[in-house]
Design a protein around this ligand. Structure first.
Ligand code: 1PR
Length: 524
């Protein structure tokens, strides 16, 4: 029996699923007594250091946890659950941590994208039972803006490079903690978790020792989901966002089955977009929550869900905040939520008033779950102009001329799945959402969606240069060469595709192998 400390701030569902998958049962901590009686304790932290420490105190768990740790009983901290073990964090100055390890938690100070999101390697410094069965070449999933700086080098198990070397796991006696998420790190991560939950004692040092670790470029599989005319929830795929063929919604398979196939094929992340979310109320759309719950029992890489994340008033006049909608998705197994239409409306309002409200979906969700949990999905389309003076929006000079030979275009944001164009451009939107607290951008392109013509490099390059948060390039992938092109021509961190994977035209492994032989770092 594994005891799990959930203080209610994030997706612990995936940790529970991973432990259950390993054949162990999970007992959730309800109060200090559960910590006193725990045999093996897992603490997956998510969100903000200050909130976490305050919640531990208000729930009366702080003292019990400290006592447990000081008595050197088996403990695995994950992400913020690692940071909690240190004395203090720059994320919440003045808030003391548990102080089990001497040292501070500092914000990344690098010109690379922050948060550090994605799959990175480990440089092994010390042996530990949790590494049993690893070769040393595996990559693990990280998502964090802060990292620990132990004063005592003796406790460091591994380092990882991101701009510079930081500590990615520590151990003192039976207290062990990782910055990476084993529960989201595919088979390698499950191995680490298994070593802990089975209580392995034999210290182990993987044979292969890398001298430098590199963040892998991520390959994301995307599933556009909606109910078809027969009332079944299906994965569909648009052609420039038109998902109907001969009047029928295209049906490319079942969401859970396809997601599992992509996990097995090596997808680094899976995204579900509930494409009719803008008109339905997602908390009544139980099939989507069910899809998420079932998928997260089988898929151990990050899951993003988008569609319909905004404030609602239901038929009885009850108000639901975007935060409540997102929380339901996190509870069901999502690691990130993606916001489309609402982000455009929020930014329009921000530009009008000059002030953020503080109550928008982007701000409220990132405050509670952290920036890394908030992805903004942009659905832009090209608007050609004869000259830059013809529009107030930032234009690019394009190598793909318009229908009348125009050499300039701007990228118009749309809402409601491309149905409504707005007076806002994608570059401005990207900058504003970063300011409001978004952690990542999923950059679609209506002109390229479903065309197999390759990514719109001009759009992607312009947006990626305008922000410091990671950008996922999307729309138009038709061959492995298109992935190489987007990674060589731009600094995006990830590339997403849908149609080619659904139709088996190209497999995920094929893309990864092609990238690897062409010198792009990927997760094998
Ligand atoms: O506006 O917050 O409710 O979110 C709705 C979400 O649904 C948005 O993220 C929006 O992108 C998405 N969406 C709405 N309508 C459609 C549609 O296709 N009719 N899908 C749609 C957008 C775009 C990509 C697609 C890539 C790759 N799909 O996700 O998967 O373009 O496709 P490809 O590789 O086949 O070219 P809200």
């Amino acid at each position: 029996m594994i005891t799990l400390l959930d203080y209610g701030a994030g997706n612990v569902r995936s940790v529970i699923n991973a432990i259950e998958r390993l054949g162990e049962s999970v007992h959730l901590v309800q109060g200090p007594d559960d910590i006193h009686s725990a045999q093996r304790l897992v603490f997956p932290g998510v969100g903000n250091f200050g909130n976490m420490m305050e919640t531990l105190r208000t729930k009366g768990l702080y003292d019990a946890l400290k006592e447990y740790l000081l008595s050197d009983r088996p403990f695995l901290g994950i992400c913020l659950g690692l940071q909690a073990l240190f004395e203090e964090s720059e994320e919440a100055p003045g808030v003391p941590g548990l102080g089990i390890f001497k040292g501070k938690v500092r914000r990344f100070s690098t010109n690379l994208s922050i948060p550090h999101i994605g799959w990175n390697g480990l440089k092994f410094r010390k042996e530990s039972p949790i590494f049993n069965g690893l070769t040393g070449e595996e990559k693990f999933y990280f998502v964090h803006s802060y990292h620990v700086c132990p004063l005592d080098e003796e406790v460091v198990l591994t380092h990882t490079d991101y701009g510079y070397e930081f500590t990615s796991s520590v151990q003192k006696g039976n207290v062990c903690a990782t910055q990476f998420h084993p529960e989201k790190s595919g088979k390698a991560g499950l191995k680490v978790l298994e070593n802990f939950v089975k209580g392995l004692q034999q210290p182990y040092l993987p044979e292969i020792r890398v001298t430098q670790t590199k963040l892998a470029k991520r390959i994301v599989a995307c599933l556009d989901v909606r109910t078809n005319d027969q009332g079944d929830l299906v994965v569909t795929k648009g052609d420039q966002y038109d998902v109907r063929e001969k009047g029928e919604v295209r049906n490319l398979g079942k969401p859970v089955e396809l997601a599992s196939r992509y996990y097995e094929d090596g997808a680094d992340e899976i995204t579900f977009l509930n494409i009719t979310g803008f008109r339905d109320f997602p908390l009544k759309d139980m099939p989507m929550l069910e899809v998420l719950k079932r998928t997260s029992k089988q898929v151990f890489v990050p899951l993003t869900i988008g569609g319909g994340i905004r404030d609602y008033v239901d038929n009885e006049g009850r108000h639901y905040s975007a935060l409540e909608v997102a929380s339901e998705y996190f509870r069901s197994g999502a690691d990130k939520v993606s916001i489309g239409s609402d982000a455009v409306l929020i930014c329009e309002e921000y530009l009008k008033t000059g002030n953020p409200t503080g109550n928008s979906s982007i701000e409220t969700i990132s405050r509670v779950y952290g920036n890394q949990a908030v992805v903004i999905s942009i659905d832009p389309r090209r608007v050609y102009v004869a000259s830059p003076e013809d529009t107030k929006h930032p234009v690019i000079e394009t190598k793909i001329p318009g229908p009348n030979g125009e050499r300039y275009c701007w990228y118009q944001c749309t809402i409601k799945g491309g149905r409504e164009g707005r007076d806002l451009d994608a570059i401005t939107l990207a900058k504003l959402v970063e300011e409001l607290g978004a952690g990542e951008i999923l950059l679609n392109c209506i002109d390229r969606d479903g065309t197999n013509l390759g990514f719109d490099i001009e759009l992607i390059s312009a947006v990626e240069k305008a922000v410091s948060i990671p950008v996922i390039a999307s729309s138009g992938a038709g061959a492995p060469e298109h992935f190489l092109e987007v990674f060589k021509e731009t600094d995006v961190e990830a590339a997403l595709a849908a149609g080619i994977f659904h139709r088996h035209e190209v497999e995920i492994q094929e893309v990864k192998e092609y990238l690897k032989i062409n010198g792009v770092e990927v997760r094998s």
